[in-house]
Design a protein around this ligand. Structure first.
Ligand SMILES: Nc1ncnc2c1ncn2[C@@H]1O[C@H](COP(=O)(O)OP(=O)(O)OP(=O)(O)O)[C@@H](O)[C@H]1O
Length: 737
């Protein structure tokens, strides 16, 4: 063990490896000290022989630094056994230490110093001199660093290298009094595994015993330091994991984007192919010039021409049947002549052969079969034209959609809002907006992105008005949360002239399109539609500041899920909505008169300085319910908006009339009458309507209703339908109405 304590050569001399008298293995106990010295000298080598001339106690000089340990040891003992002054000091000190219970480090049977360090033996402090200011004590550990090999090694404490100089290659340092006296031998028996860190800790533990609180502080500091280290480590790990996750996420996003684009490309290709094929079969828009405008006229395809030919054939067959029936009647008349006699009947003459009777009978049978076939043909033709009309409506809508998509600036699937929304395809086009199906990468869901485009030629007033409605729509819709109301997720600006609202996506059509396709729905289904709309309106009216939708119509009712039936639905488009703040019974003033869809607005909206309430929506519900059941609007059906205004159609709508067919329950009619009550003050409000018994419990169906389910059309088809062969979809102009 080599320990250097600066400024204490005496202690160092004790510390160097030297077999102690007490522990020299062969030293017999109880020997006379002189003999013992001689014996020791024999064990340790030269200059210890008593036969050698006595040397005067030497002064430590520079020569001695070349001497070995044993030389030094011998210098400390005179020949006559008197200790030299240096030797005497060492001996004194050693004895003192032994008395204190500290064994000589040379004592191999005793504990290593490191073990003392570890056990924090307080006596060690005495050894190092408790009165002294504790100096950093550094130990060269053979087992860790390799003996003498690392002098000046990077990372080693300066004291370490200093220590190594002392014990090894730097032994020639004449400035060190220790070195002048000693030459250290490094061997494993005198080295330790104690590290500099251990020693530093030991240093700390050797500090004067701290008071309890300061000890606590030290411990707390240490704990804090540990925790900080742990925290830093965890933070580093977490940051690394986060980076990995981010990378993985962006890879997934890329993959998802590719798949979505592949899917949309397939969809687009298929729909365009279908549309092209249908152009010939069902028809297409032709752009024609009409004065200063261009307008798009619809031209029927070959399916309609073929249908027309079939109808022509049917007509001819029907004509020939009618002619045959006429002939039969004439023949029968001729054969029977003027009142035939009874005996004549029993005994026919040769002039009125029986064969004529037979012929007539056969002719009658043939005509009957012909008539039945024509009846079937007539039904087939009716079914065919209805199917063609449905297909044609779909095709017309798809053609318009594709045309609008081709003209859209977002046709190339851009991403909006820093890559968050990937626009997939156009769903439809409104007056000043385009609705695109999109994928929201953050929300991981499909959404409907409604892009509002302001026109550059708009005057400031118009622009301000449009923005006012858009902002109102956003303000109202963002605060709503109901299963039958389309949620508004986000709004953001695209550029100076356009912005986008992000809406919950509904994958079905709107009710308007559904009714165009199916004409009407069964009462049970219609009641289900109304129940859902009333539920949403009830929610709007139970808010602190109730909301009037004001634009309820089939086009603003979106169906969830595709199919030939109506399941769940959601109301949308709050652009004309009004928030009722502090409104009293008389209702709130209508500031946007003229807006809205007139077929669905109540009479009070057409009066001067009207006051409105939630009862506006109740009227709209009555109109929608009626339209669902009968396939037509109760007031102003087939009339244009302008005409409704011009002829005060709604102001005259005092009484609602119900067609005979299809049959609907009395409860449904009563419900509709309540909604379409002319006077607003006599009309039920939304909350009262939601409590209506018709919505609470389905009406019991009568036997006749079960036997005669409602037919699809209000008017039953005539033997030869008027519409056959004359179907022409309405002319659609390029300007949006
Ligand atoms: N959230 C949605 N999910 C799915 N389709 C939607 C959604 N919102 C609107 N659509 C569809 O997008 C098309 C255009 O909608 P938009 O509201 O712009 O048309 P509009 O109501 O006819 O026009 P405007 O609002 O200008 O009167 C319609 O066919 C509508 O059914």
């Amino acid at each position: 063990m080599n320990t250097l304590v600066e400024g204490d050569e005496q202690l160092e001399t004790w510390n160097v490896t030297r077999p102690s008298k007490e522990t020299t293995p062969n030293a017999p106990k109880g020997l006379d000290p002189q003999k013992r010295e001689m014996l020791e000298a024999r064990f340790v080598g030269k200059n210890s022989s008593p036969l050698q001339p006595a040397m005067p106690p030497r002064k430590l000089d520079s020569d001695s630094k070349s001497l070995g340990l044993h030389e030094f040891s011998d210098n400390s003992v005179s020949q006559d056994g008197v200790l030299s002054p240096a030797g005497a000091v060492v001996d004194r000190k050693r004895r003192r230490l032994e008395m204190d219970g500290v064994k000589s480090p040379g004592n191999r049977s005793g504990r290593k110093i490191s073990e003392y360090f570890k056990s924090n033996n307080p006596q060690l402090d005495n050894v190092n001199g408790s009165s002294r200011k504790p100096e950093p004590v550094l130990v060269y550990s053979d087992s860790q660093d390799g003996a003498g090999a690392n002098n000046g090694r990077p990372g080693m404490h300066p004291q370490d290298s200093m220590f190594m100089r002392a014990g090894g290659s730097s032994a020639n340092d004449s400035n060190s009094s220790f070195h002048s006296n000693t030459s250290c031998t490094l061997d494993s028996s005198c080295q330790t595994v104690v590290t500099a860190g251990d020693l530093r800790r030991l240093e700390e533990s050797r500090m004067p015993p701290p008071s309890e609180s300061s000890q606590l502080v030290v411990e707390l500091r240490r704990t804090i330091e540990n925790l900080q280290n742990q925290y830093k480590q965890r933070e580093t790990e977490f940051t690394r994991e986060l980076e990995q996750e981010r990378h993985r996420y962006s890879e997934c996003q890329k993959e998802l984007k590719t798949l979505l684009l592949e899917k949309v490309e397939r969809f687009s290709k298929e729909s365009r192919e279908r549309c092209n094929n249908n152009k010939l079969r069902l028809g297409q828009y032709n752009t024609v010039r009409s004065g200063a405008h261009y307008q798009e006229d619809w031209v029927n395809g070959y399916a309609f021409r073929e249908h027309k030919q079939r109808v022509e054939r049917f007509k001819q067959n029907k004509e020939s049947l009618e002619n045959g029936q006429k002939l039969l009647r004439q023949k029968r008349k001729m054969m029977n002549g003027p009142t035939p006699k009874k005996e004549n009947k029993r005994a026919p003459t040769d002039a009125t052969p029986v064969i004529d009777q037979q012929e007539l009978h056969e002719m009658e049978e043939i005509l009957k079969i012909k008539a039945a076939a024509l009846k079937k043909e007539e039904l087939d033709i009716q079914t065919e034209i209805e199917k063609l009309q449905q297909e044609c409506q779909l095709h017309m809508r798809e053609s318009k959609r594709i045309q609008a998509e081709n003209n859209s600036r977002f046709k190339d699937n851009p991403t909006l809002k820093n890559g968050r929304y990937l626009l997939l395809h156009l769903i439809g086009k409104g007056g000043f907006s385009e609705v695109h199906k999109a994928y929201d990468f953050d929300g991981q869901r499909y959404v409907a992105c409604k892009v509002h485009q302001l026109a550059s030629e708009w005057k400031d007033e118009k622009r301000a008005n449009y923005l006012k409605h858009a902002v109102r729509e956003y303000d109202i819709q963002k605060s709503l949360n109901h299963p039958h109301i389309v949620s508004l997720y986000d709004v953001f600006e695209i550029d100076q002239m356009s912005f986008c609202t992000v809406l919950e996506f509904c994958d079905g059509n709107d009710l308007d399109f559904y009714l165009k396709q199916h004409k009407s729905v069964r009462e049970q289904e219609a009641r289900c539609i109304i129940m859902q709309i009333v539920s949403a309106l009830r929610y709007l009216n139970l808010k602190k500041n109730p909301v009037i939708h004001y634009d309820l119509k089939p086009g603003n009712i979106l169906l969830v899920g595709k199919g030939d039936f109506i399941g769940s639905l959601k109301i949308t488009d709050f652009g004309l909505s009004k928030i009722m703040e502090n409104s009293h019974d008389g209702g709130m003033e209508l500031t946007s008169q003229g807006a809205g869809t007139y077929w669905y607005l109540p009479p009070e909206c057409f009066t001067e300085s009207p006051k409105i309430s939630s009862k506006v929506d109740v009227w709209s519900i009555g109109v929608i319910f009626y339209q669902c059941l009968y396939g037509k609007k109760p007031f102003g059906n087939n009339m244009a908006q302008d005409a409704i205004l011009k002829f005060n159609t709604i102001l005259k709508a005092k009484e609602v009339e119900f067609p005979v067919s299809p049959k609907i329950s009395q409860e449904a009619k009563t419900f509709i009458r309540k909604c379409l009550s002319y006077r607003a003050d006599l009309r039920v409000d939304v909350l009262q309507l939601s409590e209506d018994p018709y919505l609470k419990q389905p009406p019991k169906r009568t036997k006749s209703e079960k036997m005669h389910p409602p037919v699809q059309q209000e008017a039953p088809p005539s033997p030869i339908p008027q519409s056959l062969g004359t179907f022409l979809p309405p002319v659609v102009t390029s300007s949006h109405s």
